[in-house]
Design a protein around this ligand. Sequence first.
Ligand SMILES: Cc1cc2nc3c(=O)[nH]c(=O)nc-3n(C[C@H](O)[C@H](O)[C@H](O)COP(=O)(O)O)c2cc1C
Length: 299
Amino acid sequence: MINFIVDREKCTQCKICVSECPILIINGKTAYPEIIEGKEENCLKCQHCMAVCPEGAISILGKDPENSIPTSSPIPEPEKLENLLQIRRSIRRFESTEIDKDLIYRMIQMASYAPTAKNENSVQFTVIDNREEMSKLSQLTYDCIKKAHAENKIPTSKLYLNKFLKVWKEKQINIIFRNAPHMLITSAPKNGTFPVVDSTIATAYFELLANSYGIGTLWIGFAKFVFEDIVPEIKTKIGIPENHEIAAVLLFGNPAVKFARSIQNDNPKIKTVMNRLRSSIFQQDAPSRPFPAVFQASE
Ligand SMILES: Cc1cc2nc3c(=O)[nH]c(=O)nc-3n(C[C@H](O)[C@H](O)[C@H](O)COP(=O)(O)O)c2cc1C
């Protein structure tokens, strides 16, 4: 039951909800909008009908439109967001202090607003919210790598893990987990539409929000290999369902290093496909553009 309710006192019959529904299951021919008979189960549960209604006349899935934030709420100016994108750096040295748990869960809540294919919303956020668990997990991981090494279970392409183990044993340098106090793992059911993409987008949302709070982050591909390929028993131990694919592992905590400036990226590889289509379809030259001075892929 999607519980699509129209408040007839508020509805002006503008039918914007009908046009906005991505799968066209709202009837525009009736006086007031209603779900076309038999189509309810196709609903994506995206809540666009409720979000788009100018009058706040629609409720769905038991959500009261009054509890949404208005789209007139302040958002960061583009310049500030651009600064954040340029200033964010991978952090590999963390302070031992923990991040406030309420803030961690709030950031996860916000990251869950990331889009997902078919609005499946099946990303699981597995979080380590305290240092103690992090150091237990770290130790367990190295123990498992040691065991896998002894049993010759580490594939040649991942033999660098033995070096990490050696540095950990001999120098207590933790190349995989960097002594970070926290970790976020995103995963989603393998049989979903885009499990890795959905989880990765959510992780990127989390990362940017964390950085806006001054929290440092590090994506750790190594850990994904370890959890998925070398020691899958850890995956089970930390509560990730077996049918889930791990997409991203992100360390986070207060940074122990402060960067003074941004890096300077080389120009991105951009292909202006529209220009190519225009010139091939309409046989005319693409308009010249003063910006960006980008790498142009060779024809
Ligand atoms: C998917 C992914 C996996 C990564 N894995 C690791 C890792 O295992 N260890 C590490 O130190 N850095 C890792 N990084 C960080 C990259 O090395 C880093 O993003 C890159 O050098 C650019 O630096 P910046 O993030 O400061 O711009 C990873 C980054 C991404 C996106």
